[in-house]
Write a protein that binds this ligand. Sequence first.
Ligand code: CMX
Length: 137
Amino acid sequence: MAVKSLNHIGIAVQSIDAQKPFYEGALGLEFEGLEDVPSQKVRVAFFRAGDVRLELLEPTSEDSTVAKFIEKRGEGLHHLAYTVDDISARIAELRDSGLRMIDEKPREGSHQMQIAFLHPKSSGGVLTELCESAQHA
Ligand code: CMX
């Protein structure tokens, strides 16, 4: 399997409003907007850093996986997301090679992308996301 590119870097935060001045002001990154992702119980903010986006993830519920992450490990780097073609085929390849998928089928993430996560225990402790969009964003 070959990924096409790094799509975004997920960063878990308690509050997007509190962190926005750092990314937009101090680093001078372009703010691309906010989005609710109810299926993941997060609100996300995107910032453009060249070809890659930073995705700030703020939990919208106490039982959000991101709330659990912050409680256990604190705010910080949460996942890496790679752009792929034909995500269903990529999931099947990874699963068949013995890797543990969190998502056995693609589901909808931000920007209407189809996404699927690998378990961090299968990827050296780095939560890894595959994503595919019609535009291959
Ligand atoms: N990166 C690396 N390791 C992580 C992790 C992360 N983001 N989140 C959890 N872990 C580790 C934990 O530290 C723990 O390790 P130890 O057993 O060594 O302590 C292990 O994974 C299990 O973690 P847990 O706290 O018991 O949590 P769960 O098993 O309930 O859930 C996970 C972990 C990864 C399966 C869950 O967070 C998940 O399903 N994630 C995918 C969905 C997601 O993260 N959505 C938010 C982003 C959505 C978006 O980008 O739109």
